[in-house]
Design a protein around this ligand. Sequence first.
Ligand code: 3EB
Length: 338
Amino acid sequence: MTLDLQVSPHVSLTPLLFHRGHVGAAAPAHPLGGRRVGEGTGLFAHELLVPDGAVFDLWSGSADVHTQRHGCVHYSSDGQWLHGFAEIDDAAFEGGLHAAARQAYTDLFDVLAQSRSPHLLRLWNYIAHINAPDADGVERYRHFNAGRQQAFIDARRSAFDGTPAACALGTRKGPLRVFFLAGPRAPLAIENPRQISAYRYPASYGARSPTFSRAALADVGGGRQALFISGTASIVGHATLHIGDVRRQTGESLANMGAVREVAALRAGAEFAAPELIYTVYLRHRSDLAVVREVFERHVGAHSAAAREAVYLQADICRAELLVEIEAHAFVHQESPV
Ligand code: 3EB
């Protein structure tokens, strides 16, 4: 069975859309038409800015999907693809966010180890008050990073080269949630020549580095490959650029994605043109929507499917100076090069 994420071109892989539905083609895309998402499911804490959602089922087209629980992990599988989330209320967890992140990932790795889909393709990390200091004065994102990296090491999974693609966003409230997509074959990790690998960031960004690759390229069967580009921000080398300037930050994020698309194209033997991707845009401030949208739409083409189908969400970004982060995925019809 192939990964059936391309039921329609309107599919976004943002976890809320796994659960809440995809973007209807006719959905009104009013910049101020935001509404709170997650009502009804309790799963998602971000405010959806654009557009109003509709319905999509990851597993439509799949025959037998089993939903199960192990530890803090809720997951579904069709026997080949595994999707779900780990959830821990870190505020009530002994050891706080560090311990919660370590436990969430440990439970996830247990599930994967017992499955036929042990290889992570993509992770989405959602953390309440990601930029706030914890009781010890250390930023919560740094505690998360420490616990996450430790779990990779505990499970003897690489916390460096070859680690999965990911994003890490801040929510207003709620437990730590780590959504994941795993499959039967290891993806190829891709780095960005414009950026230092996040897992090699200097210690000034935290004692333990973030554990993610810039993108993952996966053979998804049926002569197709999927590219998952991690959350991408205005970082060059390891430095945050254009502090306070959301327009330039958006441009820099898109330049970074362009560099990742180029490397991915060489590895895949197929192009990943900007308008061919499906995007999710996270904004720290909803008041930046018009500017971010203008820059983004100029990049992908105002009348492209990418512009029509992009999803904009309000979220905190993992560095306090970052105002925008963009993630994307794409499929190409191309066998994996040997
Ligand atoms: C960055 O490039 C911006 O901690 O999993 C992007 C994607 C970012 C993933 C993560 C963080 C993460 O460092 C932040």
